[in-house]
Write a protein that binds this ligand. Structure first.
Ligand code: NAD
Ligand code: UD1
Length: 342
């Protein structure tokens, strides 16, 4: 298939690009590089050992999107492009609605014009809000607690409405849990701008000596060791989930949602132990107060994806930490790059 990857230069998109090329698909990356960098494309090409088509553009540019869909005879779109920082979305909600929701409407307009009827959407477990029960299945009530999460829910609803209006329009809606780790080559991974907000990139920088210590946000949660529990999933497993989603799209109708997670909860302290083992480095930490809005535990029931998509996240926590550490070493040894995601 000819597949357009909006946001394909980003963290999850670049890993997915690799597995799609390896599965024999032709890909086109459409990205405005607002949260990624061009050297990522060079590294991607080194990994897949071939040139990759890239269009630099914004998803809000409907005519450029339409032109791209036509030029490359696109059969399906995987829609990664979006802004994703929760804190920033609270400060700048209009930018988030404009980029994520308006951007998706623009994409759908272009797809409609060119009769492209297949889309896989990058949603998030954040749409569930505070878990009412665990593990979280796809039927769990939806109550996002921040503007970022609400943009994801709005987009899900828009996509579902469109499948009702047009019986040929098909959507696989993927709700990711916590993607971590990096590509086995050590060339692709996540490298956030400034001080990382998320746990694993923060630990990676502590292990490499760039940051002094990790602040653990609370140790009196009702979890086994008192620290927050999440469902960390290796980004390469997540990438494989997109190939499975595309296969499913070809013999389905309407709108279908799948959780992509491992089903296993891992605490902050467990992550520190695993990362220490992977890197051979000390991870100094101290306990500080809880982060506002944080929840105790969140992990997926991935049964639906396991059964229907015939996909399962198989890589271990150790592999997640080892690959993250290998990428951290690569960043340290390579020449500094101009943007954040390499
Ligand atoms: P990322 O920031 O690394 O990648 C997103 C890409 O989209 C970037 O390359 C960015 O430049 C591009 N982009 C953003 N706005 C654009 C626009 N208007 N036009 C064109 N390109 C644009 O993020 P990621 O971690 O790879 O996430 C991919 C998707 O998955 C996002 O939609 C995100 O919300 C979702 N998601 C991510 C996580 C996570 O923890 N990483 C979890 C759940 C869901
Ligand atoms: C964050 C996002 C969420 C997104 C998810 C997936 C927030 C509020 N939420 O959630 O929308 O879907 O990532 O990537 O940003 N922790 C520390 N110290 C740190 C960083 C984190 O102790 O410096 C703890 C947190 O309290 C939490 C766990 O580590 O218990 C994971 O945190 P994080 O990586 O930020 O992910 P989420 O909180 O799940």
């Amino acid at each position: 298939m000819n597949i357009l990857l909006t946001g394909g230069a980003g963290y999850i998109g670049s890993h997915t690009a690799v597995v799609l090329v390896q599965a024999g698909h032709k890909i086109v990356i459409y990205d405005n590089f607002c949260n990624s960098s061009k050297p990522t494309i060079d590294n991607l090409e080194s990994v897949v050992k071939q040139k990759v088509s890239v269009v630099e553009g914004d998803i809000r540019n409907t005519s450029l999107l339409a032109q791209t869909l036509k030029q490359f005879s696109i059969d399906a779109v995987i829609h990664f492009a979006g802004l994703k920082a929760v804190g920033e979305s609270v400060q700048e909600p209009l930018n988030y609605y404009e980029n994520n929701v308006q951007g998706t409407l623009s994409l759908l307009r272009a797809m409609n014009e060119l009769c492209v009827k297949n889309i896989v959407f990058s949603s998030s477990a954040t749409v569930y809000g505070d878990p009412q029960y665990l593990p979280i299945d796809e039927a769990h009530p939806l109550a996002p607690t921040n503007p970022y999460g609400r943009t994801k829910l709005h987009i899900e609803q828009i996509l579902e409405d469109q499948t009702k209006a047009d019986i040929d329009f098909k959507v696989v809606n993927l709700r990711y849990f916590n993607p971590v780790g990096a590509h086995a080559s050590g060339l692709l991974g996540e490298n956030p701008k400034g001080t990382p907000n998320n746990l694993t990139p923060f630990i990676a920088r502590v292990a490499s000596g760039d940051l002094q210590e990790l602040n653990i946000f609370g140790n009196d949660y009702p979890t086994e060791d008192g620290t927050g529990v999440r469902d960390y999933i290796h980004v390469e497993d997540l990438a494989d989930g997109h190939v499975a989603a595309l296969n499913f799209l070809s013999h389905t109708v309407g709108f279908e949602t799948f959780n992509l997670g491992t089903g296993n909860g891992c605490s902050v302290l467990q992550m520190i132990v695993a990362y220490k083992k992977a890197s051979g480095k000390k991870i100094p930490y101290r306990i500080v107060s809880k982060r506002p809005g944080d929840i105790a535990s969140c992990y997926a029931a991935p049964t639906k994806a396991n059964q229907i998509l015939k996909w399962k996240a198989g890589r271990t926590l150790q592999e997640m930490c080892e690959s993250s550490w290998a990428f951290q070493q690569y960043l340290k040894n390579s020449h500094p790059v101009s943007a954040n995601t390499q």
